[in-house]
Design a protein around this ligand. Structure first.
Ligand SMILES: [Zn+2]
Length: 574
């Protein structure tokens, strides 16, 4: 029976990798490129880690699986909460494999907590609570007996490098930590693959993503955020890729001759510019949003609020004993409330037509719609449509004041990107942002603007601004990577037109399990060998229903706090 290994290199990008491959510095990847087929893999829009991995594993768009971002808006309130696996309303491919009696291993997959038992093993991804210093606890593994086994053979399973523990002057230690965690994951995967039977093994390495968020400014001399000091940090990103290459080499040794290896990333990666966009300030400037007070102005009250927020986080992270922390965050929702306050409190809802949740990655626009928003002002139907058109047209005219370049490449109405029962929760307008030259703009809530302008250049002489870019000099791009290796794939061929949603049907097919009909992704027969397809005709299953109804089960407040801290340390939050 054919075995399938799936390797997810979070945030991997061919533009980053290829120069190293050409220079002969990643020998195993070089072999995979020569003997397999490869090309770009379109992520979902916007290219965010949570929804992208869920689309990868379900084969459907976020409007169907329901994970739209890192945070879900709580309906009827100006509050957000973190998504977890209970929000996923579709079957993931390993559930189907498990049901078909395949033995599966799932290691490091995001949005996979709480863990669901299956025929095989599961180790959590970076967004699981209860990790503390970085090691996964027994009750977040399946089966729990794995904990002792991994302690004994690999020194435990380290889920995250816990970068939040390292300040701006400890980047060398942070680099060592990422390397340590990457090496550990290689050992864990090696141990699991050699100690038990498996049919499909899925391994996601998050460190390829976090190392770029943190170390791009040391790696790329052309980056507007470039730092040449300390010089040894220049090779940190490469060091993680070299480690990933070594893991790939080991996986190739363990793959039987008729086995397949599929390598993907959930999105690509590039550098960031030194300009920051404040989307709500732009909406205000164009007359679509009204503030009750000057939102960015540094009044004593606002300053105090921000200081309190930072203090509360620091306190939670470092000094407060666990029991008190639990009390503070679970009973009072302190941080959640302050965070929501900073985002939404200054908006005059009675005079606002559209606004953004102002997430730190690829912010979108929502219409202040009657019947949906607590203080809706726009009527559904014609008024809504006309407003969306007007905002979209204005966005396309938006110019960067520093160079006159266009800021927005394209604007999607929600229905152009998403379909399905959850699509009604997606933003009304989704923006495809231009790059600032070769670098991506940064985004930040308007309350954190320095001068009150929609686009501002960072003043890197300020320590707060240097802190802001600490984990943000690398940024996601839409195009990730795909590589297929094994008897189904033609050697050395470049392929195009693949979507991340095609991966679930592809992996099911390679495992010789039927593909549910009606997925948004398709089996990419055009990239596979004709004779292989003839010998292994794809089976489709038109009867089974992939949708599943799960009741959302939000994280407890102290758990949410822990994961938010982790997202912050990975560069996803302020
Ligand atoms: Zn990612």
């Amino acid at each position: 029976m054919t075995k399938v290994m799936v390797v997810g290199l979070d945030g991997a990008d061919w533009e980053l990798i290829m120069p190293w491959v050409r220079a002969g510095k990643l020998p195993h990847l070089q072999r995979l490129l020569a003997e397999g087929c490869y090309g770009p893999l379109a992520s979902i829009s916007p290219p965010l880690t949570f929804p992208a991995w869920v689309s990868f594993s379900t084969g459907v768009n976020p409007g169907r699986h329901g994970v739209l971002d890192f945070f879900a808006r709580i309906p009827g309130q100006f509050r957000v909460r973190l998504y977890n696996a209970m929000d996923i309303q579709e079957e993931r491919f390993w559930h189907r494999l498990s049901r078909e009696n395949k033995t599966v291993g799932i290691v490091g997959m995001p949005v996979n907590y709480p863990i669901e038992p299956l025929n095989g093993i599961v180790l959590p991804g970076f967004d699981t609570p209860g990790i503390g210093g970085g090691k996964a606890p027994a009750d977040h593994m399946y089966p729990q007996s794995l904990y002792r086994e991994l302690e004994e053979h690999c020194g435990g399973y380290w889920v995250v490098p816990n970068l939040v523990a390292f300040g701006p002057h400890q980047m060398s230690q942070a680099a060592e930590r990422i390397k340590f965690v990457t090496v550990n994951k290689g050992q864990v995967v090696d141990y699991l693959l050699t100690s038990r039977n498996w049919d499909c093994f899925v391994f996601v390495l998050g460190e390829t993503d976090s190392v770029c968020h943190h170390f791009w400014r040391f790696h790329d001399p052309a980056s507007p955020l470039y730092e040449s000091d300390p010089p040894e940090l220049r090779d940190t990103i490469f060091a993680i890729y070299r480690q990933a290459d070594e893991i790939l080499g080991r996986l190739l040794e363990l793959l039987p001759p008729d086995g397949h290896l599929v390598m993907v990333s959930d999105h690509g990666m590039g550098g960031t510019s030194d300009k920051v966009i404040h989307l709500n300030l732009w909406l205000a400037q164009e007359g679509f949003l009204t503030y009750k007070e000057q939102v960015w102005k540094k009044t004593w009250w606002r300053q105090a609020q921000r200081r309190l927020l930072h203090a509360a986080r620091d306190l939670g992270r470092r000094y407060v004993p666990h029991a008190l922390k639990k009390f503070l965050f679970r009973k009072t929702d302190l941080i959640d409330r302050l965070e929501s306050h900073l985002r939404y409190a200054a908006i005059d809802w009675d005079h606002t037509l559209a606004y953004s949740d102002e997430g730190f990655h690829f912010p979108s626009i929502r219409i202040n719609l009657e019947g949906v928003e607590p203080r809706g002002r726009v009527r559904p139907g014609k008024e809504y449509e006309q407003l969306r058109e007007k905002i979209a047209a204005k966005l396309l005219e938006w110019e960067d004041p520093y160079n006159g370049a266009r800021v927005v490449h394209r604007v999607y109405r929600r229905e152009e990107l998403y379909s399905g029962p959850q699509a009604c929760h997606t933003p009304d307008l989704v923006i495809d942002w231009h790059q600032d030259g070769a670098y991506g703009y940064l985004w930040r809530p308007s309350a954190m603007a320095q001068e009150g302008r929609p686009i501002e250049r960072l003043d890197l002489s300020k320590s707060s601004e240097r802190r802001f870019v600490l984990n943000r000099s690398g940024r996601h791009r839409h195009e990730g990577i795909f590589l297929g290796y094994g008897p189904a794939f033609p050697p050395g061929r470049e392929v195009n037109g693949l979507s991340i949603m095609d991966m679930a049907p592809l992996i099911l097919y390679l495992n010789q399990v039927s593909i549910p009909a009606g997925l948004d992704g398709r089996l990419p027969t055009d990239i596979m060998k004709g004779e292989y397809l003839q010998e292994h005709p794809p089976q489709y299953d038109s009867h089974s229903e992939t949708g599943r109804t799960q009741e959302a089960k939000p994280y407890k407040s102290d758990e949410a706090q822990e994961i938010e801290d982790r997202l912050r340390s990975l560069g996803y939050l302020e």
